[in-house]
Design a protein around this ligand. Structure first.
Ligand code: SF4
Ligand code: SF4
Length: 319
């Protein structure tokens, strides 16, 4: 198999970081769920959580970054006790355009977390919610029994707060990822199907659907290997390489920070333990990262396959 580096060289589009438009902050690997596609292998048994000192380092980075979006993820970011402090402090900073929380929704039904949707709304936080299907059986297969009903309950509460309704400016985006060793279908078609089914069955509305391809790393990789499907999935990703996506892969404009403050080109390189630079966010500014080469590997084929994939969905919006 030819490597991702060779494909990039053939396309004459070396991957280097442009200006940092997005800081993706991973607050840790603790999660109430243990999904079978999780590239970070997050779960209730994990202990890693960002402490207050690293949160403050992230705030200093943002302050010095010019205008920037902050995308907060995990694990379940709601499991970190510094989340509300972090959001409240971010909201004071003029540099911050958009604050996003990536939520699995189910955690917002847990004791002690019920206040968070209203807190998010009051602080103008957009919500990106993983919801691998509009059908209960598919969600249960990836995320466990009972998760779907909690997701529906939380989506109704978010709609009641104005999320996804178009009336308040509070964005609600859902995320689809495939339930097996295949690429996502066209984003626009899936979005239409989600919207029709969730509206008809529950009266739920949302802004957009983002499709994300599964990375052959972490728990998803182990699952594929156990089923004898790993080589076939990698062949699919390589065979679907689309050079047009190289111009838009998210590592060109985003940097990811882990719970210890280490910096990575993306959440996937974080899962693989391949840092973008030495040191931590406390000693690095956004301008220091501009122009640096991205640390690519063969997992990157998941970002360039077909219509392309990123934390912001398909790269080819027609795909
Ligand atoms: S995919 Fe998301 S919700 Fe599922 S275990 Fe991983 S971090 Fe938690
Ligand atoms: S996996 Fe990360 S480094 Fe590789 S192309 Fe995707 S975003 Fe860039």
């Amino acid at each position: 198999m030819r490597s991702f580096r060779e494909y990039v060289a053939d396309a004459s589009q070396p991957l280097r970081r442009d200006a940092v438009d997005i800081l993706q902050v991973n607050l840790g690997y603790v999660c109430n769920l243990r999904c079978n596609h999780c590239h970070l292998e997050a779960g209730p048994d994990r202990q890693e959580a960002m402490d207050r000192a690293v949160v403050d380092d992230c705030l200093r980075f943002v302050q010095g970054a010019g205008t920037i979006d902050v995308d907060i993820t995990g694990g379940a970011p709601e499991a970190n006790s510094h989340l509300t402090y972090f959001i409240a402090e971010l909201r004071r900073l003029k540099a911050v355009k958009r604050i996003i929380v990536r939520s699995n929704l189910a955690i917002l039904e847990e004791a002690g977390k019920e206040h968070l949707p209203a807190f998010f709304a009051a602080h103008g936080v957009d919500i990106v919610s993983s919801m691998p299907c509009y059908m209960e059986s598919n969600v249960a297969a990836q995320r466990g029994a009972g998760v779907y009903k909690k997701n529906i309950s939380v989506l109704k509460k978010l709609n009641a707060l104005g999320y996804g309704t178009g009336r308040t400016g509070l964005k609600l985006q859902l995320v689809y990822n495939p339930g097996g060793a295949f690429l996502p279908g066209p984003q626009a078609e899936l979005e239409a199907a989600y919207k029709e089914n969730l509206a008809n069955d529950f009266g739920i509305v949302f802004d957009d659907l983002l499709t994300i391809a599964n990375m052959p790393i972490g728990r998803f990789r182990a699952d594929l290997a156990a089923k004898g499907e790993l080589a076939g999935y990698q062949d699919l990703l390589v065979g679907s390489f689309n050079a047009r996506n190289l111009a838009n892969v998210m590592c060109r404009s985003q940097i990811s920070v882990d719970w210890q403050g280490r910096l990575f080109d993306c959440d996937f390189n974080q899962a693989l333990g391949v840092p973008a630079v030495a040191g931590t966010i406390g000693g690095v500014g956004a301008k220091d990262l501009v122009g640096l080469p991205v640390k690519v590997g063969d997992h990157c084929f998941a970002c360039t396959a077909g219509a392309g994939s990123s934390c912001r969905g398909s790269l080819d919006k027609c795909g």
